[in-house]
Structures are given as structure tokens and as C-alpha cells.
Design a protein around this ligand. Structure first.
Ligand SMILES: Cc1ncc(COP(=O)(O)O)c(C=O)c1O
Length: 398
């Protein structure tokens, strides 16, 4: 550990609340898939920050859009019009398929919090105050504010903060009978990640999502997709629901919306969105001109560089190579994923050691618990980088 990193780590311990177990690396610059640390060592980022730079680091179009806008205007109140916000909302509504409205915020938790409030407001208008319950999936992750933590299906993250807001229940993923049994007249929404991310990269079965849509239609319940991690072409289409061809009533975005700047959005059908009345919700920074300029540049580059198609091809190549690795070594229990959202699950609890050793060799990975490695490369990732990753895995665990 160099002198600068040692000093930074000491300051971190002295002045920060201890909620993060940081790794002993300080990144100072990035370009595409590559990160550089304070001593000039290069790394391949197989986690995209944390799923938040689908375009890769420091994409020139996003950098230029931010530079241009921040030099003119950074912030005014949401009570005024600004540049870029309406064009971005129109782009998102267009990608969503029309007849929808957008609310801008700053993060994934905030987008989901907004969706929860909107679903409750809609339920109350439709069937009265009792209609406020939301069913989510076990192992899901929706954020760390109190309501999104209550929505999250992971008791280990919730226990220390009880009592959490009431009105949330959790069912096993991909079990339509369990969901049917859990919804009732008090249910205003079902909320799901099309591919669970933080819970270990578990994709929904296509037939399950189709059946969930039919159930919600039959019972007049909203379907909310948390696309904070799956969205923005990571799964091959602008939104993962387009891969499954199951359109939600409300969709939440964040992470890569502005390619690494804090931005979030709730997109809802007109009929649902109209449940929000003036004063029901708001944000100081949401929809600010700088992040909206960045997000417009990001959406435009994702489309013009055909990164959806690339995500599909890269994901297929990655899973094929990981399955070869699994076959030849016998240390892997499962390889799974959709597009560029993938996981390797080891038979033994070695994921944390493999991630640490990979970092020492210049590969950034993320372990989820003891068995799972999450592989979320930026969509610009090429076959050479994947070959380097798989060769490193062979060296570390075989
Ligand atoms: C699916 C999903 N929802 C919500 C969140 C929370 O997002 P944020 O950390 O921006 O609040 C995350 C973050 O990992 C996520 O993956």
C-alpha cells in the first residue's frame, strides 16, 4: 500500500461512518472498461462502478454534455423550467412505449420510494386507504431508505432497523401460486426486479412474469418493475421488461441513467401517474439540468453505439466461456444471467477470496455472499477483456 493510499485509508477510518468495507485501492481515473489507481496500475472494471456506468468510464459525450451545462447553469428550483429535462422525459416516455409520465429523482432508492408512494396513492384513490399493501420477492433488493428496506426481501438487512413501515410482504421468486395466495383486496402493487441483482443475479422465468402480468390485470393490481440495475440496455434492450415482453405499469430507473452521476426516474402509465397531485412528491435536485444533459447524452450514445445488441452478444460469449471454465474445473455450481448481468456461483464459499485475489491481478469483481461473483461489465466490454477475466479465474480457482 502506497503512502497516499495509507493516508487516505486512515482519514477514511477517522472521519467516515463505518458502513462500507472498502478494498485497499484508490482509483483516480477511468476510461471505458479501464480504471487507473493512484500508483498508475490499470484494472479492468467488471462491475461498471456498481452497475452505474453502462457506457464505460468517462464517456466523451457525457463528459462534454456535463462540461457544457455546468458552465452555464447548475441548479434552480423545480418550480421553474430548465433545459434538457423535458427532452429527457420525452426520450424515456418514447422508450417506454408512450402514454406515460416521468418523475425525476437522484437514486434507485428514491425512485423506488416514489413508486411505492405513487402505488399507494393510486390504490387509495381506487379502493380506499386499506388498499396500500405491496408484495415483493424474497431475496429482492430495492434500497436502503425505510420503505425500500421494508420492500427488500432480505431479513438480514432489515432486522437492525425495526420497526419498518408496514404493508410489505415477500414471496419466493418464480412461484406464481405463492404470489396468487399473497395478493388480496388490500394489495395495490406487486414489485419485482426482472433479474434480481444484489440478491445474487437471479432472472425471473419468462412464463412467471407473463403470469404475474395476467394476475395483476385480473385483480386490478399495479405491476412495478425495479429496473434500477437491469435497465439502460444492460439486459440487451432499453429496459429488461422488453426482453421479457411484459410491460409494467410503473418502472424505476437509476444507476446508469446518467452514466455514473446521481439520477433516478419513475416512469408510469398516464392513468397511474395521474394519482399524484400537486404537492404529493418532490425533490430539490431531481431533474436538474446537469444530470439531465448527462442522461440525454448517455441514452443517445447507448443507442447510437448499438450497445444493446453488443450486451446480448457479449453476455452470450461471457456465459459460454464461464461454462467452459465450469466444465474444466468443477469448482462452479452455476453460471447464469441475462445480457451483461451475470453471475458465477461457486460450489465452495470462495467468492470473496477470488474477488480479492482478482483485484490484486487488476480485475474488479463483486462477490455477493460467500458463493457468488457478480459480473456486470460496461456494455463496451470486448472479447479480449472477457478472455483475460476467464484466464484469471482459471489461475485463482481451478
Ligand atoms: C434493483 C435495485 N434497486 C434499488 C437499488 C438502490 O439504488 P441506490 O443505491 O441508487 O439507492 C439498487 C442498488 O443496488 C438496485 O440494484
Amino acid at each position: 500500500m502506497g503512502e497516499r493510499l495509507r493516508e487516505t485509508a486512515a482519514m477514511d477510518a477517522a472521519f467516515h461512518m463505518g458502513v462500507y468495507a472498502r478494498k485497499p485501492v484508490m482509483f483516480v481515473s477511468g476510461e471505458g472498461m479501464r480504471l487507473t489507481d493512484d500508483e498508475g496500475r490499470e484494472y479492468l472494471d467488471f462491475v461498471s462502478g456498481i452497475g452505474a456506468v453502462n457506457l464505460g468510464h468517462s464517456h466523451p459525450a457525457v463528459v462534454e454534455a456535463v462540461r457544457e451545462q455546468i458552465g452555464r447553469l447548475t441548479h434552480v428550483s423545480n418550480l421553474f423550467f430548465v433545459e434538457h429535462r423535458d427532452e429527457l422525459a420525452a426520450d424515456l416516455v418514447g422508450l417506454f412505449g408512450g402514454e406515460a409520465k416521468v418523475f425525476f429523482c437522484n437514486s434507485g432508492a428514491e425512485a423506488n420510494e416514489g413508486a411505492i408512494k405513487l402505488a399507494r396513492r393510486w390504490g387509495r384513490e381506487k379502493r380506499g386507504a386499506a388498499c396500500h399493501e405491496i408484495v415483493t420477492a424474497e431475496r429482492s433488493f430495492h434500497g436502503r431508505t425505510l420503505a425500500t428496506l421494508a420492500a427488500t426481501g432480505q431479513p438480514s438487512k432489515q432486522e437492525a432497523f425495526a420497526p419498518l413501515p408496514a404493508g410489505f410482504s415477500h414471496v419466493p421468486l418464480n412461484d406464481i401460486e405463492a404470489l396468487e395466495a399473497a395478493v388480496g383486496p388490500r394489495t395495490c402493487a406487486v414489485m419485482l426486479e426482472p433479474v434480481q441483482g444484489e440478491g445474487g443475479v437471479h432472472p425471473c422465468d419468462p412464463a412467471y412474469l407473463t403470469a404475474v402480468r395476467s394476475l395483476c390485470d385480473a385483480r386490478d393490481i399495479l405491476l412495478v418493475f425495479d429496473e434500477v440495475q437491469t435497465g439502460l440496455y444492460r439486459c440487451g434492450e432499453p429496459f429488461a421488461w422488453q426482453v421479457y415482453q411484459v410491460r409494467p405499469d410503473i418502472m424505476c430507473l437509476a444507476k446508469s441513467l446518467a452514466n455514473g452521476l446521481p439520477a433516478g426516474a419513475v416512469v408510469a402509465h398516464d392513468e397511474v401517474a395521474s394519482a399524484f397531485k400537486p404537492g404529493d412528491h418532490g425533490s430539490t435536485f431531481g431533474g436538474g439540468p446537469v444530470v439531465c444533459a448527462a442522461a440525454r447524452a448517455c441514452l443517445s450514445a447507448l443507442a447510437s453505439e448499438h450497445l444493446g445488441e453488443k450486451a446480448v452478444a457479449t453476455g452470450e460469449y461471457l456465459r459460454e466461456k464461464l461454462r467452459d471454465y465450469a466444465r474444466t474445473t468443477g469448482v462452479v455450481a452455476d453460471v447464469r444471467g441475462v445480457g451483461c448481468m451475470n453471475a458465477v456461483e461457486f460450489s465452495d464459499p470462495i467468492a470473496a477470496q477470488v474477488a480479492s485475489a482478482a483485484l490484486e491481478r487488476g480485475i474488479v469483481l463483486n462477490n455477493i455472499g460467500a458463493h457468488i461473483l457478480r459480473v456486470l461489465p460496461p456494455l463496451v466490454c470486448g472479447v479480449e477483456e472477457i478472455d483475460t477475466l476467464v484466464a484469471t479465474l482459471h489461475e485463482l480457482a481451478s
